[in-house]
Design a protein around this ligand. Structure first.
Ligand code: NAD
Ligand code: ZN
Length: 251
């Protein structure tokens, strides 16, 4: 990673008082949670178009829950890494004003995001800890429901299927959350994108909106993305390592 690019990115961050962070699965791989591309990870074991498909779930929730229970164990054992922690630190410094994430792992919150200045965390694809009955809408916390010693969990009120409030394939995003997130991007003067292939729509409209509203744009990703041309600076490498270098230069 070239020192001069790190310096340029640090200068943008030092001059920004309204930063929005936009993260994807790549920010959490250093915490041991595989992204869709990691070989040997949980995603290579399951067929997402089947186990993670909403219409399959409606017919039979068992394949989904088999996969999700395994994922949940991984998420519960993961710890936030330097990238998550630096973003929380930047909130503490009054710089980061919102976090938008495609992840369901809650590692931003566990690193402290949202605690220091009460900034919003927009979870575009939901969170693994919140569950709901798809028939009557009753909400549950993951800890309140036995998801493992049953074929699949059902609602104690109406016997409907219980599903985590994560967006499955075939479901659409909650528009309210997406709109609120895009509004935060419109008000920001800097967007930091971390660990996303930017292939998933409509979440990938975030960098486009940032560009449209004249924001500075920093990309931090292990590989190039289809939207690198939008960025003022592209820092290619591991997010945890890059944030560690960057934070040494942030005042
Ligand atoms: P993606 O898997 O499509 O892309 C991840 C990107 O991050 C890749 O370009 C990869 O090169 C990069 N990357 C991997 N490790 C990195 C690191 N250490 N530092 C920097 N970059 C790194 O992820 P996506 O764009 O978020 O889309 C995947 C979808 O899957 C999302 O909808 C998300 O909800 C879901 N997902 C979530 C989790 C999670 O909650 N942690 C994990 C896997 C998938
Ligand atoms: Zn119910």
């Amino acid at each position: 990673m070239s020192e001069s690019k790190i310096n340029e990115a640090a200068e943008i961050i030092n001059n920004s008082e309204n930063i929005v962070v936009f993260s994807g699965a790549g920010i959490s791989t250093e915490s041991g949670i595989p992204d869709f591309r990691s070989e040997g990870g949980i995603w290579s074991k399951y067929d997402l178009s089947y186990h993670g498909n909403y219409y399959v779930f409606l017919e039979n929730p068992k394949p989904f829950w088999t996969m999700h229970n395994e994922l949940t164990d991984q998420l519960e054992n993961a710890e936030p890494n330097e990238a998550h922690k630096s973003i929380a630190e930047l909130e503490k410094m009054g710089k980061v004003k919102a976090v938008i994430t495609q992840n369901v792992d809650m590692l931003h919150q566990r690193a402290g995001s949202g605690k220091y200045k009460n900034i919003p965390i927009y979870e575009l694809h939901g969170s693994y800890k919140k569950l709901e009955c798809i028939k009557c809408g009753k909400e549950y916390e993951l800890d309140e429901v036995d998801t493992k010693n049953v074929e699949y969990p059902v609602c104690d009120k109406c016997s409907g299927f219980i599903k985590p409030k994560v967006i499955l394939f075939g479901e659409s995003l909650p528009l309210g959350v997406l709109n609120a997130a895009l509004n935060a991007v419109r008000k920001a003067n800097c967007l930091i994108m971390v660990g996303s292939s930017l292939l998933v729509s409509p979440a990938n409209s975030v960098p486009l909106i940032a560009k449209e509203s004249g924001s500075k744009i920093i990309f931090i990703n292990n590989e190039s993305t289809i939207m690198d041309d939008l960025a003022d600076i592209v820092l290619q490498g591991k997010a945890g390592e890059i944030f560690t270098e960057l934070m040494k230069k942030i005042k």
